[in-house]
Ligand binder design. Structure first.
Ligand code: GRF
Length: 200
């Protein structure tokens, strides 16, 4: 599992592994962070998860990702689960785990990609937003959608309330979707490699 920050989704997933929908289906090989100071790392350790980190600060993306791939391969993960990992993965990374990288995005990825999805929903006074769990390809939140779940935002008067409602759904549906994925209950997607441009 990969994170960069507080790790509330990581906590929900670890709980689901310990005594929820992921019990006897999954184990956490390692919680990795590109930020050695991430609060989520400490929380993961307190939950008895193996942890690892490598600072991405000032690093070239492709070189950094090549090192992360090597670290992760040492744990032989079946899936790479992004839980608030605040970096766009390089093609090197995506190639190494193609079709096995999962992300959760707090909006409908057809409507909003990238950061600040709850702010976007709040600023636009959306009556509803959608939590999306998707496979990761080379694009920014463009991979095949595994599941989408609505969040009722009617009457949410602050951004904090929008986030609170959204995260409650995230924490439930991420584990549920991963369980379905592991059990082979979701459609399979062929993820073709995106041709590398000839010019850099
Ligand atoms: C979540 O909203 C997740 O959907 C997004 O980043 C946030 C991470 O939060 N990708 P947390 O670290 O899991 O609390």
């Amino acid at each position: 599992m990969l994170l960069s920050g507080r790790g509330s989704n990581m906590v929900a997933l670890v709980k689901a592994v310990h005594q929820g929908v992921l019990q006897e289906l999954a184990e956490v090989a390692v919680v990795f962070s590109n930020n050695p100071e991430a609060a989520g790392l400490e929380t993961a350790a307190a939950l008895d998860c193996p942890t690892a980190s490598l600072s991405s600060q000032g690093r070239n993306r492709a070189e950094f990702d090549a090192e992360v791939v090597e670290i992760l391969q040492g744990y032989q993960p079946d899936y790479v689960v992004l839980a608030g990992y605040m970096r766009v993965l390089s093609p090197t990374f995506v190639r190494a785990f193609r079709g096995r990288i999962v992300n959760i995005h707090p909006a409908d990825t057809h409507q909003h990609q990238g950061l600040h999805a709850y702010e976007w929903a709040f600023d636009n006074q959306l009556p509803e937003t959608k939590i999306t769990v998707h496979l990761v390809d080379e694009g920014l939140d463009t991979g095949p959608i595994l599941a989408q779940h609505p969040v009722d935002l009617r009457g949410a008067e602050t951004l904090a309330e929008v986030e609170r409602r959204g995260l409650a759904v995230e924490h439930r549906v991420y584990a549920e979707t991963l369980a379905e994925l592991i059990k082979g209950e979701l459609p399979t997607f062929t993820m073709e490699a995106v041709p590398t441009p000839l010019t850099a």
